[in-house]
Design a protein around this ligand. Sequence first.
Ligand code: F6R
Length: 282
Amino acid sequence: MEIVVCKDKNEASRKAADMIAALVKKNPKCVLGLATGSTPVAMYDELAKDVKAKKISFKNVKSWNLDEYYGLPPTHDQSYRYFMNENLFKKIDIKLSNTHVLNGLAKDPDKECKAYEAQIKKAGGIDLQVLGIGSDGHIAFNEPGTSLSSRTSIVYLTPSTIKDNARLFFKGKENEVPTRALSMGVGTICEAKKIVLLAFGKNKADAVKGMVEGGMSQFCTASALQMHKDAWVFCDEEAASKLKLKDYYAWRSSTVLAGACECACCCKKAAAAKGAKAKTKK
Ligand code: F6R
């Protein structure tokens, strides 16, 4: 896991957007996994700026979102479908028909979740998954006590998540936050080829500490990312403040991002491969 520690949320959002933009440029037909919540909004704004400046296009990109409140119609202003339309899809050139959010009104949630997984598989799997992290360490709505190999299913929100989401989105009215959601599982998320997780503010410091330096445990479902081969965490100083090796992670990730790493394991191999390619060309 690479931890990119940035001076603030704006710098982290831009850096994460750069990683997504690079993928979209390289593979204009890529498949993205997307998240809602307060955290990715600034990054989505950066991507919208890139589209406006014609640096990238989402015309052929497909997306699948992490989760949706169970019981809310897509037109509800607190539904995640509504959130995505307003905060990203309307601002970029993606085709709405290429965007997918779980149906919060599905009569048969199990069938809906199975079909969602089948759609992702048919599309070739998720190339890059965007994630936030709950203050209790959840990813998507995989709350403490969820199996680290869980699949997309109907789930139950903890009182702490209901409180967080009421504060941020439901004008503090906890009784209006649905208690259930449809959510991609931890196992489903970990199948994405690349992960970009964002975390901002001191409210996330314990969760980030658990995810990066805690033991892998279903008590902090984000800790499952420790097993992922290509997971990136973009965070601000406050979210990183409880990490024991914060300075080391910051130095290492900036070195890897700058491509300046001279280790024997990855960079020298890459340099050798480049050399071999050049020779074959001759
Ligand atoms: C959202 C999601 C959640 C949020 C998390 C953090 O689709 O799956 O896991 O990423 O609850 O929410 P914010 O960003 O509002 O702090």
